[in-house]
Design a protein around this ligand. Sequence first.
Ligand code: C5P
Length: 232
Amino acid sequence: MGRDVIIACDFNSKEEVMQFLDKFQEEKPFVKIGMELFYAEGPEIVREIKRRGHKIFLDLKLHDIPNTVRKSMAVLSRLDVDMCNVHAGGTKAMMEAALEGLTREDGTRPLLIAVTQLTSTSEEAMRRDLWIEKPIDETVMHYAKNTMEAGLDGVVCSPLEAGKVHEVCGADFFTITPGVRFADGDVGDQKRVTTPAKAKEIGSDYIVVGRPITQAEDPVAAYRRCVAEFVG
Ligand code: C5P
């Protein structure tokens, strides 16, 4: 899979997400399904969107003991998603178990990426609540390295960190970056944002774009603009 735009389908019902996807008559965008929609509608929503021909990033951020994660990943793999994720904080052993569980008998598997530190976690909260004394950027890079050493395909990170992640983990290690906004668009609650064109320049492999597309007056046009800027 090459560089692509992933639409964050942050809806909480099947009706809403289907109404949104119905607008796309010509292209079949890669979509992200998060916990909200998955917990509301269950695995059937994944099957249904897959049947419609979309690639799916199932964003459930698993974090548990290796045995549980291995078995849960085997279930997600049978759902035939294209990408899923875990928390790198679950340790290398957990990430290795996730990879094992995902791998099908024929050797194929969905892409597996890891969340390093959530962008909602500040350096202060990391020190105070998690007792991690290192600076946050060093911690993020350390987690990215662990992810690579465990054999996973990439990490979710800010587009502004994508260049550094590639420096540390290599050009083939994927960076999946949210926090994307059009130059003339609303920033909303995102703090560190970049445009699709800039994300391409920095070297993101996938951008995850939610509201700039889902809340646009013309979502299809917004999606096409993202693709034109990012994929080119
Ligand atoms: O609407 P917006 O473009 O801000 O959506 C971004 C998507 O990426 C949301 O689904 C959000 O939960 C997700 N995300 C994020 N920042 C992270 C990790 C995930 O915005 N660090």
